[in-house]
Design a protein around this ligand. Structure first.
Ligand SMILES: *[C@@H]1O[C@H](CO)[C@@H](O)[C@H](O)[C@H]1NC(C)=O
Ligand SMILES: *[C@@H]1O[C@H](CO)[C@@H](O)[C@H](O)[C@H]1NC(C)=O
Length: 333
């Protein structure tokens, strides 16, 4: 009887593993080992964080090749990237918009973060309730996926959101497109990835059909069950990036359209997209996600590093082009 009751208790206990951590900027280059493997340069510029095995071509177990990471979790050699953001001056010149760390609020240990983005891996997304969730299976070595597409002009993909930040860092309402007037504290962008996998393919021709998104409403909500075509529940991966537009606000003439463009010349916010290359060492991520009741910390089993140490991890400049200052055109365009 005792054995039965302990098992029953374990079964109904809320499972609530969630990781949230900072990664500094690793590099800003025209490389895309998921969509354009082998191309140096790739078509447009990316802002990239994570492990130093990042390269034009990436196959196999990334964690066995990387020796450092810009992320706080030091066993995480994954790479995370999105397009870079530019300000387009009315005179036709472009200037890259700097990235600043997401306001860490009262969380400790984030000083020393340089640029970068915040990564979430959640089992039950951000709703803290008591519903038991199916366990998640973490990604296999070599797994990769993208969310969103530069060519999207219609309905935005679920989970792509923009928020205007006030000078104090307060977030305005979520929108599917760029803000329509200047944001004193910058532009906050969220990218949510699908969380169901077909269980077989590390990638697919469009980098998306091997995964499936069950979220039909906005952002951080409890996910419905995975469909039979994509039966494996994975952690929900989310990026948050803050683009510091403050120095360009005075150049945005009142009443004129949004002057910000993604690096593929995308003036329409819905074309924002994000790429993920799994690279956790061994079973580190699985161990963390198997914990029940942990959030925003190392889930009891992950090794962390100081962000000032993480920020020293770099990769070489594979492409060798200037992406700073006022530019006559976007890199590669
Ligand atoms: C990048 O990839 C190329 C081709 O696979 C390889 O020769 C090179 O050593 C890699 N560079 C780094 C810094 O990992
Ligand atoms: C556009 O304006 C910027 C900022 O004043 C300036 O640095 C840049 O040279 C200008 N570009 C052109 C083509 O005039």
């Amino acid at each position: 009887m005792k054995w039965v009751s302990v098992r029953a208790l374990a079964f109904i206990a809320p499972v609530q593993a969630g990781l949230r951590f900072q990664c500094s900027t690793l590099t800003i280059q025209r490389l895309d080992p998921v969509v354009q493997p082998g191309s140096a340069p790739s078509a447009h510029l990316h802002h990239i964080v994570g492990g130093n095995a990042f390269n034009a071509t990436m196959t196999g177990d990334v964690a066995t090749r990387a020796t450092c990471t810009t992320c706080e979790m030091s066993e995480d050699f994954s790479n995370y990237w999105t397009a870079a953001l530019f300000f387009k001056h009315q005179n036709g010149s472009y200037h890259r918009v700097p990235v600043i760390p997401v306001n860490p609020g009262n969380l400790d240990g984030y000083s020393g973060t340089q640029g970068g983005l915040t990564v979430y891996y959640t089992q039950h997304d951000l709703i803290r309730d008591t519903i038991a969730q199916n366990p998640v299976k973490t990604f296999p070595a070599g797994f990769r996926m993208t969310v969103g597409s530069p060519t999207t002009t219609g309905a935005p993909h679920v989970g792509l959101r923009y928020q205007c930040l006030s000078a104090g860092g307060g977030r305005g309402p979520e929108t599917p497109d760029f803000p329509t007037s200047p944001c004193a504290g910058g532009i906050f962008v969220t990218n949510h990835f699908p969380a169901c996998w077909d269980g077989k393919n590390l990638d697919s021709p469009d980098h998306q059909t091997h995964v499936y998104n069950t979220i039909t409403s906005d952002g951080f909500v409890a996910a419905p069950a995975c469909p039979a075509s994509h039966p494996v529940r994975m952690p929900q991966v989310t990026y948050e990036t803050v683009w510091d537009t403050s120095k360009f606000n005075s150049l945005w003439t009142s009443g004129t359209p949004n002057p910000y463009v993604w690096s593929f010349e995308g003036g329409f916010g819905r074309g924002n997209h994000a790429d993920y290359m799994f690279g956790w060492k061994g079973d580190a991520l699985q161990r963390a996600m198997d914990k029940s009741e942990c959030f925003y910390d190392g889930c009891g089993s992950l090794t962390k590093q100081a962000m000032k140490t993480a920020s020293t991890c770099t990769v070489k400049d594979f492409v060798g082009e200037n992406t700073d200052g006022w530019l006559p055109k976007l890199p590669g365009m």
